[in-house]
Design a protein around this ligand. Structure first.
Ligand code: BDR
Ligand code: CA
Length: 313
């Protein structure tokens, strides 16, 4: 893919500070064409994640990009949100104006079905929230799997979890959906915590963007909250910008190192619910089903992200 023939993507998200930066990175990148956002309940209720998605698109002057409202809750379980990290509304920090428009009519499934059907070339799906909507695509649209080039999702971990000792938030919220997705024939790339914990920004990046314009101030205020939370909660120097790594990987595939191996999702155990069991050493006879990120070139990631964020006025 190139700037003349950008890769067409649909971003399924639950903004969320790092989802917001993923949207801003995608809309600043000529290598990608963002066909639409679909929203899901995760970091906050879906009405909040939808509102936040609309606000972020306003901020980057892209109110032309459709936004469709997705699942209000996980497939089988009650919703658990990440209010402690992102705030009750999902985007604590800035105090933005109300969105300029409501979300578009039509369900996420209808939007994705039509977009895939009409597409001349396969479309890439990106998921940065719980996989509830994507599981519905897998089960309801099997006749269109061949029109999905790939799914790149932020979620899971090879080793430690961030929401329980065993599980990462997006997979923990809807493990049954994640299980459906892992077992689907669609090509999948997992951007888990081993990668995203290397992909952090700190106060210096907020200060670099502050005062550079409406978007710069917005990002600085997002980072003030998000970096501050991670400094206090984990005593880390900065905040992992988890979700933006999915987009960065599509812009520059050399950034993230991957292995192709088997991933299964724990859906039964109370103790390890939502764990992604990654067969790093091929000790099972299970077939590889996921390209799993293991490492990112942080300097190149930060350079890419900061330069693209700065390009928004
Ligand atoms: C994931 O959880 C959410 O809080 C973030 O937006 C990200 O998608 C990281 O575990
Ligand atoms: Ca997210």
């Amino acid at each position: 893919m190139s700037e003349n023939n950008p890769r067409k993507i649909i971003l399924d998200c639950d903004p969320g500070h790092d989802d917001a930066l993923a949207i801003m990175l995608a809309t600043a990148s000529p290598e990608l064409e963002l066909l639409g956002l679909t929203t899901v309940a995760g970091n906050s209720l879906v009405e909040n994640t939808t509102r936040n998605a609309l606000i972020v698109l306003d901020m980057v002057n892209r109110a032309d990009i459709p936004v469709h409202v997705g699942a209000v809750k996980p497939l089988l379980r009650e919703l658990r949100t990440a209010a402690s990290m992102h705030g009750d509304g999902g985007l604590d920090g800035p105090v933005p104006a109300a969105p300029s428009r409501p979300a578009d009519d039509g369900s996420v499934l209808e939007f994705i079905e039509k977009t895939l059907t009409d597409a001349a070339e396969p479309i890439t799906l990106v998921a940065t929230g719980p996989l509830t909507n994507i599981a519905a695509v897998v089960t309801e649209l099997p006749h269109l799997h061949h029109k999905i080039a790939e799914l790149v999702f932020m979620g899971g971990a090879i080793e430690l979890g961030n929401w329980t000792p065993a599980a990462e938030f997006n997979i923990l919220v809807d493990p049954e959906a994640a299980d459906i997705v892992m077992n689907s024939p669609i090509k999948k790339t997992m951007i888990g915590l081993e990668v995203t914990h290397e992909a952090w920004l700190d106060d210096s990046h907020a200060n670099e963007l502050r005062g550079t314009g409406q978007c710069g101030d917005f990002v600085a205020e997002l980072l003030d909250h998000f970096v501050g939370f991670h400094q206090q909660r984990f005593e880390w120097p900065g905040a992992p910008i988890h979700d933006a790594v999915t987009i960065a990987h599509l812009i520059d595939p050399s950034l993230v190192t991957t292995i192709f191996t088997n991933v299964t999702v724990e859906t039964q155990s109370e103790l390890t619910l939502g764990r992604t069991v990654v067969d790093v050493y091929s000790v099972t006879d299970k077939s590889p089903n996921v390209h799993v990120g293991t490492h990112i070139n942080r300097d190149q990631f930060v350079t890419l992200l900061m330069s693209r964020l700065a390009s928004h006025s």
